[in-house]
Design a protein around this ligand. Sequence first.
Ligand code: FES
Ligand code: FES
Length: 157
Amino acid sequence: MKLEFTLNSAKVTVETAPDRRLIDLLREDLGLTGTKEGCGTGECGACTIRVQGETKLACLMLAAQVQGCDVVTIEGLDPAGHHPVQEAFTGSGAVQCGFCTPGMIMSLSTYLAAHPDPAPEKIREAVSGNLCRCTGYQKIVDAGLAAARALKEAHRG
Ligand code: FES
Ligand code: FES
């Protein structure tokens, strides 16, 4: 089937099988390996992307489901890799092995776009679908709070 959608602000047209998983299309066919596959069954959040402004799990979607949609992966969040949430993760020591990081950042950046003044427990909720084996989560919450401050500053400036 012919699939047309917007990926990281660019129009994309690809031929794909109707039963191709979205995560396979992104990683294998389009080379966007920033989106990780952990469990493959909707449990870990490593494959979190944004579709039509909402977080989605790419391992649970068929590519055909994004026909005509706006899709953002970690590569498209900030082409230079300097989105405030990305900067906050490195600045707060919230990246260890890094496997969960793209999914965490997609969840948090989507949440903060709609909730600019979050309480720490709300940040924990925002990443509750993203599993991390390394950090113990506190540094991720710290990164979320730092990112929220940076985003507010940027809007002021
Ligand atoms: S790989 Fe999609 S939720 Fe784990
Ligand atoms: S940093 Fe290793 S799983 Fe989160």
